[in-house]
Ligand binder design. Structure first.
Ligand code: MN
Length: 243
């Protein structure tokens, strides 16, 4: 299985999950919420072939971690993946919207300046600002919109900007998520869990639970499970080969 956005470092006992991750996962992008967490998490998962760790600074904690901004920017040249970054415009986080916007733009531009990076991007209640910044810095970066919740027009705009979309089991549970997935071409979809922040019956989704996404997409797009699985594997390879 592939899980393109997972907070593996934030499960209760990440190390206990490792054997199962190695057995069942082809690729897991472990996103982090701060550059300090990135440094620690990279050490823990160093040498595990199916795991890559993203350098992150989560928009929801950006204001309190702004002292790590320099560490974040100076670490970009050493990494392949950036995430989780982005902008959160929901009421709880609107107080730092300007700071978030400036930081996201800086991060995207710094990634572009070193040849482009794969970016796992949060855009809740801030789709327009996020897409504007992507549009202005698109040539080498590879943007992956994680748990996208934009409207139809915004989805179409994101597709025209060559964005990829990582989709999770929660998106299959509501009408908005379903219609969004129906609108995105199969060759732009990649599975994620966003675990442990997504769960079913109080049990967090595990990285290998992206099988649920594969099965859900197969049903929505009237494709076979094997065809969807093959398409998502190929999408991931295609995307990563463009780095
Ligand atoms: Mn996340």
């Amino acid at each position: 299985m592939i899980d393109f956005h997972c907070h593996l470092d934030l499960y209760n006992n990440p190390l206990l999950l490792l054997p199962e991750v190695k057995r069942r996962c082809r690729f897991v992008l472990v996103v982090t919420t701060s550059p300090r967490a990135f440094l620690k998490t990279s050490q823990v998962f160093d040498g595990i072939e199916c795991i890559s760790v993203g350098l992150g600074l989560h928009p929801e904690i950006l204001a309190e971690r702004i002292s790590e901004r320099t560490l974040f920017l100076s670490t970009i040249p050493q990494v392949q993946y950036i995430g989780e970054i982005g902008i959160d415009g929901s009421s709880r986080n609107r107080h730092s919207l300007e700071l978030q916007t400036d930081f996201f733009r800086d991060a995207v531009q710094a990634s572009e300046a070193v040849g482009g990076r794969v970016l796992s991007i949060h855009s809740r209640s801030a789709v327009k600002i996020v897409l504007d910044i992507i549009e202005q810095n698109i040539s080498k970066n590879i943007p992956v919109l994680h748990w996208f919740t934009g409207n139809e027009k915004e989805v179409d705009r994101a597709i025209s900007l060559n964005c990829w979309f990582s989709i999770n089991p929660m998106m299959l549970k509501n009408r908005k998520g379903v219609s969004l997935i129906q609108r995105i071409p199969i060759d732009k979809l990649i599975p994620e869990t966003d675990g442990p922040f997504t769960s079913h019956d109080k049990t967090p989704y595990m990285p290998w639970d992206t099988q649920i996404v594969v099965e859900g997409v197969a049903k929505l797009k009237e494709m076979s499970i094997d065809a969807v699985s093959a398409a998502m594997n190929e999408n991931t390879s295609t995307m990563l080969s463009r780095r």
